[in-house]
Design a binder for this molecule. Structure first.
Ligand SMILES: Cc1cc2nc3c(=O)[nH]c(=O)nc-3n(C[C@H](O)[C@H](O)[C@H](O)COP(=O)(O)OP(=O)(O)OC[C@H]3O[C@@H](n4cnc5c(N)ncnc54)[C@H](O)[C@@H]3O)c2cc1C
Length: 336
């Protein structure tokens, strides 16, 4: 791979796909992410956004469905520990001083969330698998939403950008085009998300907004003549999973060392092949199916990712067969 191909194409994909520059990404995660998002979707790869807010379009109907089935959703509760009996079976979930009894528990918190729970826990830190989660990290992200005084002609609704800050990738979205609530406004509404935004998090909102306006103008010169009427900046320190080199050995699967405590999230190992939001969703279904296996009920259907294209399938088979032959001749030659 030439240095230009790496700088102009490969690294930008890593900055928006794994939220980190190449030297900070695990090679296995890099191949997995590139294959799932890009190589397996060469005819239809694109950056797309939900039409409407995720809260309105996905979470609200979901909450209504859960409640209509008798489920109860408790907001503003922070899990602080898991109650485990002397047989190593989870019996409840602690939220500060409250304890909720449980036959099975699914944890769906982020890397930063689970690390905090383990640190505060009286139980989880007794398991090396949970203590080892301290070896995992997360990445700073920043989201800025800008309301302009006039409509700017933006060629595409969703845009991935690079070449601005060496170690930061960003995307911007034309919300007038994507969210019905902004469709008829007289000014453009833009969402700009920055990944591996470490250095931006030290800036104040005014500095950030100025910078985002400059960046937008570089991409679409029409922004130079538009003024920002309103803005909102959200800084999320350690907000997304960091798939760093060597991190795989510390990631956990849906079945945790505690028999009836299951895990889900985009950092949980699955054989499904998906990444990010879809992986979080799929591992959630996998964890739910393990509870169904334990307590009874109907398992959820998990739609597999699209099958490999014929040449990839052939390549995989040749590679696996070659490895088998070589393993028999020169055992343990390759890295695992
Ligand atoms: C700006 C940005 C843009 C992104 N764009 C995309 C994209 O275009 N496509 C894509 O696929 N992915 C994208 N991602 C990544 C995607 O958001 C994550 O992969 C996904 O949210 C992971 O889901 P999760 O459920 O594993 O974790 P999270 O979404 O982080 O959810 C974990 C939840 O646990 C809660 N929590 C933490 N600790 C506790 C506790 N102690 N008690 C109770 N609750 C707790 C948190 O508040 C949070 O709500 C983006 C991420 C960011 C930040």
């Amino acid at each position: 791979m030439s240095s230009r191909l790496y700088k102009d194409a490969f690294e930008p994909m890593l900055l928006v796909g794994l939220f980190a520059p190449g030297e900070q990404c695990s090679a296995a995660a890099t191949l997995g992410m590139l294959y799932y998002f890009i190589l397996a979707h060469q005819p239809d790869f694109d950056v797309v956004w939900c039409r409407g807010t995720v809260g309105e379009m996905i979470f609200k109907p979901w909450v209504e469905k859960i409640e209509s089935l008798g489920g109860k959703i408790l907001t503003n509760k922070r899990v602080t520990d898991i109650v485990v009996n002397n047989k190593g079976v989870a019996k409840g979930v602690c939220c500060d001083n409250e304890i909720f009894a449980a036959d099975a528990v699914i944890s769906s918190v982020s890397i930063s969330g689970i690390k905090k729970i383990v640190t505060e826990s009286k139980v989880l830190n007794q398991y090396p698998e949970f203590s080892n989660l301290s070896n995992l990290g997360a990445i700073d992200v920043l989201a800025a939403r800008l309301w302009f005084d006039k409509k700017v002609d933006i060629p595409l609704p969703s845009n991935a950008c690079f070449g601005f800050d060496q170690t930061t990738g960003w995307t911007f979205f034309d919300l007038n085009n994507l969210h019905d609530e902004y469709k008829d406004l007289s000014g453009s509404v833009i969402e700009a998300d920055f990944y591996h935004a470490n250095q931006l998090l030290t800036m104040n909102d005014e500095q950030i907004i100025k910078k985002v306006h400059q960046y937008l103008t570089t991409c679409v010169p029409g922004f130079a003549n538009a003024n920002i009427m309103e803005s909102r900046v959200i800084k999320v320190r350690q907000g997304v999973t960091h798939f760093a080199p060597g991190s795989y050995q510390y990631l956990l699967r849906a079945k945790s060392p505690i028999t009836n405590l299951y895990l889900s999230g985009d950092w949980v190992i699955t054989d499904h092949g998906s990444w990010s939001q879809e992986k979080a969703y799929v591992t959630g279904l996998e964890a739910a199916n393990l509870v169904v296996e334990q307590l009874g009920g109907n398992p959820a259907t998990i739609i597999p990712v699209e099958p490999d294209e014929p040449h990839i399938k052939l390549g995989r088979e040749i590679n696996q067969n070659l490895r088998k032959i070589i393993d028999n001749l020169i055992p343990q030659f390759w890295l695992p």
